[in-house]
Structures are given as C-alpha cells and as structure tokens.
Design a protein around this ligand. Structure first.
Ligand code: ADP
Length: 670
C-alpha cells in the first residue's frame, strides 16, 4: 500500500502541531468525551483523535483501542490531512486499493471502515483527524457526517483552549518568577544602598516611586523615611523646578546611564533656602534580559569643593588685578631644571621684549655685577633650604640699557603630582625710591661732612671759653659754656652717626681689629654711664673672660647705643641690666629694659635705616632711626647677629652676639 504523501507545507504543519504541546501527553477527559460521542454517533466501536507527527500518528484519545500510536506510513489520517476540508470516508478498506494491503486492514486491527475529519487549526494547519473505525463496512449518513465535523471543530476548540490555558499558566509562572527576581534584586540593591557611604536612592515605576534611600540621600533631600513609597514629585516638591523625574523616566525607558557633574542646585532644605553643588547619576538597573526594573540615583555633595575652587578662582582673579594695577612682574623658576617663566612686565623690567624668550641665565646676566652673584646664590639657597626670598638689586635693561632698581620677593611651592616644585614670586620697580634714597644719602653725607669741621673747632673754642671762665671765677659763663658744650656733643654724635650711615651705604665701613675681652667693652660702658647718667638704675653683669677679634671702639659704640635707647625709651626711672654670656662659640651681650617695648609688627623692621616706631610715645622722643641700623651693620661686619625680644608696656631685650676669637690676646698685633 502506498503511504500518504507528506503535506506540501509539512514543516509549517509540524511547527503548528508542536505549538500545542499535545504530543505524548496524558489522556484528558475532555477529549475522551468527544471520541466517545463520535463512536456513539457513528455507531462504530472505535473513535480516535489522532495527530500526525513526522513519522508516526499519535492518539490523544482512543475510544475502543489500546494502541497509542502507529507508523505514519500505515496511517489513514495521514491521507485525510492531505485534503483538509473534506472527510475521508473509506467504506470498505479491504476493497479499497489505497488500503487493502495496509497492515491495519490485514492485521489484527482488522479495519474495514474508516471515516476521518481533518483537524485544521486557525492557522490552516491540518494537525491530524477525528476518526471513527469499524471492522465491518459502513456508510455515514449526512447527519453523522455533520456531527463528526462538529465534533472535530470541538476538538480544535478544546485544543486552542488548552493552548491558551497553558500559555496563561506559563506567563503566570513567568510573572511570579519575575516578581520574585525583582524582589530579590530590590532587597539586594537596598542592602547595598544602605551601606554605601554615598547618597543613594532606588526608584521604580514611571513616576519614580522612592523605594528606598539611605541616610545620606535623605539628608541631601532634607527628608525622612516617610517618603518611601511616594512618587518623586509628591515626595520632593522642593525639587520640582529641577524636574528630575523626567530625566529619570528617560533613563528608565531607554536604559541609558545619565550623569551630571557639579550641578548647581538651589532648594529649600529643612526649611531654609540653600545652595548646593552635586555630582549625580541615574543608572538603569537591568535584568539579565536587558529590561530595566529600576533607577539607581547616586549623588555626591561637592558644594565645599566647588565653593572653595570658586573662592580660589576669585582670589586668583583679584590677585591678577592687583598685580596688574601695581605693575608687578611675576616669575617662576622650576626648582629642578631652573626653567624660567616670566610675565611680560618682568621681561620689561629686565629690558626684554614681550615676545622674546627669557631664560634664568639671560635674566641674571642683566643684574648689575655688584648684585649678580649675591642674587644667584640667594636664589639657590632659598630653593635648597626652602627659604623666603626678598632682595633689592639693580638691573641694566637688555635692549634699552636703562638702570632699574627692583625688589624681588619669592617663595618655594612644593611639588605635587602634576607639577615640579616652583620657586615663584613678584618683581616691583623701586627705581624711584632708590633714587630718592640716594639723593637723601648724598645730602646727609654732604651736610654732615660740611658740619664736622666747624663743629670740631666750635667745641675747641667752647673748651677754651670754659677754661677762661673758670679761671676768672665767672660761674654763670662757666655754666653756660658747659651746657653749650653738651649740646655740641649731641650735635657731634648726630653728625658722626650720619657720616657712619653714609660710609655704610657706600660700603666704606672700616674696622680696626684687635683681640680683646668682651668684659672690657662692658667696663668702658659702665664708666661712661657712671658719669653721664645719674637718674637711671643700670646694672652690669660681667662674665668670665670672652675673647673677641674686632673693633673694640665700634663694639662699645653698639653697646652704648643699646643702653642709650634703653634709657631713652623707658619711663622716669629707667631700669637697665646689661649681661654678657657665652652662647656656643659666641659672646652674647644683652641689654634689658623695662621700658615702653616695641609692637610685634615693628620688630622685623626695627634695625632698618631711618625706621622709627610710629606711636605717641616715640614721637615725643627725638631721634632719626639710624642708631640701630649702624649697630646692625657694625655687628654683621664682625660676622655676628643682632636681635630683639620685646613686649609693649613690659620692656625689651636688645642683644648682639659675635664669634669668639680663635687667637689669644698676646699673639695679636695691631
Ligand atoms: P632713634 O632712637 O634715633 O629713633 P634707633 O635706630 O636707635 O633710632 O631706634 C629705632 C627705633 O627703635 C626707635 O625710634 C624706637 O622706636 C625703637 N627702639 C629702639 N630701642 C628701643 C627700646 N629700648 N625700647 C623701645 N623702643 C626702642
């Protein structure tokens, strides 16, 4: 017997059949009722619901038959499905050429009669048939045929229904699984958020419901846990203007991460309008299939950082303006390579053109010879020892040859990750001040010089007048002469001081060196003050012999100056103590008073030329501010140092220290 040819769209038909998930399933009452009905209506002992698989026919319901499946090649149904719209009715298979050799006809199944209605689903695929079978010949009447067709439709209906129920069940299971997954994910996310030291919140749904937020995020919002479960808009009306939900919704829908850096926000925070800067991000939370189930909201408060950066930027701008208006030049030197960076103004002060390259060496070359080495070595030590730099020096301009005086101040800025250590600072033009000073010095020097000779002869004459008056016993004249002599002495001290300043400025200070005991200087001062200063209580505390190699008279001048000041800047009964001690390899002499003291702000300048403290106490006391300057120069020419500790209203300790001599007294010749 020829097997039924396969249907023209067999693979599609098989796919449709598989989609019902019916093959090899257990028997179902619904289907069994239909085969029972079919067998009753058609008066046949056997009725089957048969599905034609690739190589077999399988019976979902079999009324009156034990076999569950047969070979497709033997199948009557395989024939039936080739004409999906018709009933295949074989009244007597034993006489029908198509079936007479069929095992099912000749064998124990002994089929004689067969009538099958193709089971065609809504897509048009013929899946199998509802058939009735008998071992005796039959012929269906029209109502039996009609009933069989109706039952076949019912089989299909039940099949469709069963498929839908199965699908529904599957999707219910899927949803359940999804919900469980979401809950697990949410729990996981919540735990992470809770323990992360960054403000974080979890939002779900189109309205960005707040599922969870950690303490930091609640703090950033100025809210508490009552916002959980609320829509973003309702929970945070304060942020309405910033319209975060719209952005978050985009992230939710498109699954694309969104972030903003240093976003400026102004909103009511715990009842007060506050300004913030945030780095924030909205991250879509996805399932393994890529679908978004939530949005993670992360925010980092960078308000302090941004505000301090803005403050620094403002300060830099102000500094730039200040530098510009003060016509300051700026410069920097790379501490490792000495690469030199100069502003246009700095270039101008060195006599360079603005677009011209200027190196450290070429700049130093323009410094006048007198200062060049000093500047160079001071820069080197300042860089090496991380010291401040403050120097005044002269420059001859490269192109214009002009002599300019400048004050350069600088400081070392430590290296950081991105930059090497920089030694940088400013340069100001002090030419005018220097020229003024020069004129003043010249004038003082000249006047003092001119006064010196007449003053000396005036003092000589006064001495003679005094002697004569004494001889003649003219007491009043002798007294006037004495007073005039004292005034002349003061004038001479002043003139000597001015001449000293002029000499120092011109670098002409001369020392008559000798080895002597510092106590000799103390004793000389003691003699001087025992005669000239009766009102003051002056105590000298001498020390063990300390030998100094230097100019004894000049050192005496320094000590007398300190003591004079201690008396001058004290109240009615000055108390002055002078001590000398050995301090390491130095002799240290200190003059302590309980006078008016010096304000801290004045101390750094107190040894500068012409510097006087500007207050009412000092104004009442005459002076020119040159004494301490001369003292400092004298001591520094001895390789020593001077200094002061002072407290206003309590008194001052002026001191100088000079290196001890390495030679004994006897070996020294003048
Ligand atoms: P002068 O005394 O002529 O003004 P100096 O150079 O000797 O000049 O002193 C400079 C300034 O230092 C004084 O004007 C005064 O303001 C302050 N000064 C010096 N010695 C003392 C001291 N012992 N106590 C308080 N102030 C002092």
């Amino acid at each position: 017997m020829p097997a039924a040819p396969t249907t023209p769209n067999e693979s599609k038909r098989l796919a449709a059949l598989r989609s019902y998930n019916i093959l090899d399933t257990a028997t179902e009452e619904d289907f069994d009722e239909l085969t029972e009905l079919a067998s009753a209506i058609c008066s046949t002992p056997i009725a089957l619901i048969s599905f034609v698989d690739k190589d077999r026919q399988w019976f979902k319901s079999r009324h009156g038959l034990d076999v569950t499946e047969t070979d497709r090649a033997l199948s009557f149904c395989a024939h039936a499905i080739n004409s999906p719209t018709e009933i295949l009715e074989v009244e007597n298979a034993k006489e029908d050429k198509r079936f007479m050799d069929n095992e099912l006809v000749t064998g124990p199944m002994d089929i004689t009669f067969y009538a099958g209605v193709p089971l065609v689903d809504i897509s048009g695929a013929a899946l199998g048939s509802l058939c009735v079978i008998d071992s005796v010949q039959h012929k269906l009447n029209s109502s039996q045929r009609k009933a069989l067709k109706t039952l076949a439709r019912q089989v299909i209906d039940k099949l469709e229904l069963r498929k839908k129920v199965l699908e529904l069940d599957n999707s219910r299971k899927r949803i359940k699984r999804l919900n469980e997954l979401l809950l697990a994910k949410e729990r996981e996310a919540t735990q992470i958020i809770e323990h992360t030291p960054t403000a974080m919140a979890l939002h779900v749904g189109e309205d960005m419901e707040i599922r969870f937020a950690n303490k930091m995020m609640l703090g950033a919002w100025g809210k508490d846990e009552r916002v959980f479960g609320m829509n973003f808009k309702d929970a945070l009306p304060e942020l309405d203007k910033l319209d975060f939900p719209t952005t978050m919704r985009q992230v939710y829908r498109k699954g694309i991460h969104y972030e903003q850096k240093e976003a400026h926000m102004l909103y009511m925070h715990y009842g007060k309008l506050k300004e913030f800067y945030y780095n924030y991000a909205f991250t879509p939370l996805k399932l393994s299939d890529g679908s978004v189930w939530g949005v993670l909201n992360t925010a980092v408060d960078v308000t302090d950082i941004v505000k301090s950066r803005i403050a620094v930027e403002r300060a830099e701008e102000q500094l730039r303006l200040a530098v510009q208006s003060a016509q300051l030049g700026t410069w920097s030197i790379n501490a490792d390579t000495y690469e030199f960076n100069a502003s246009d103004r700095t270039k101008e002060l060195f006599g360079f053109l603005p677009d011209e390259d200027i190196t450290y060496e070429s700049a130093v070359n323009q410094i006048t010879e007198e200062y060049r080495d000093k500047v160079n070595s001071t820069v080197e030590t300042a860089i090496k020892e991380n010291r401040g730099f403050d120097m005044e020096y002269a420059i001859t301009g490269l192109h214009d040859g002009k002599l300019r005086w400048v004050r350069a101040t600088g400081k070392l800025y430590a290296a950081d990750d991105s930059k090497a250590a920089l030694f940088s600072g400013t340069l100001s033009d002090i030419t005018e001040r220097k020229q003024d000073e020069q004129r003043k010095n010249d004038f003082i020097g000249m006047v003092s010089h001119e006064l010196k000779t007449p003053l000396t002869s005036m003092k000589g004459y006064l001495q003679i007048i005094g002697q004569r008056a004494n001889k003649l016993g003219d007491a009043p004249i002798a007294d006037f002469t004495k007073k005039t002599q004292r005034q002349a002495d003061k004038m001479q001290a002043l003139v000597t001081g001015f001449l000293d300043v002029a000499r120092i400025t011109e670098g002409k200070i001369q020392l008559n060196n000798d080895v002597f005991d510092i106590n000799d200087v103390m004793r000389a001062a003691e003699d001087e003050f025992s005669v000239s200063c009766k009102g003051a209580n002056i105590t000298f505390r001498l020390c063990d012999s300390l030998l100094i190699n230097g100019d004894k008279d000049k050192m005496e001048q320094v000590l007398i100056n300190f003591i004079n000041n201690a008396i001058k800047y004290s109240a009615d009964e000055p108390e002055v103590t002078i001590t000398c001690t050995k301090a390491g390899d130095n002799a240290l002499v200190t003059v302590s008073d309980r006078g008016i003291g010096i304000p801290a702000a004045d101390i750094p300048y107190i040894f500068d030329r012409f510097y006087r403290v500007e207050n009412t106490h000092v104004k009442m006391i005459s002076g020119f501010g040159i004494g301490l300057y001369i003292c400092k120069e004298i001591i520094e020419h001895h390789g020593g140092t001077v200094g002061v500790q002072s407290e206003p209203g309590k008194g001052s300790d002026f001191w100088f220290s000079v290196p001890l001599s390495k030679q004994p007294i006897n070996n020294t010749s003048r």
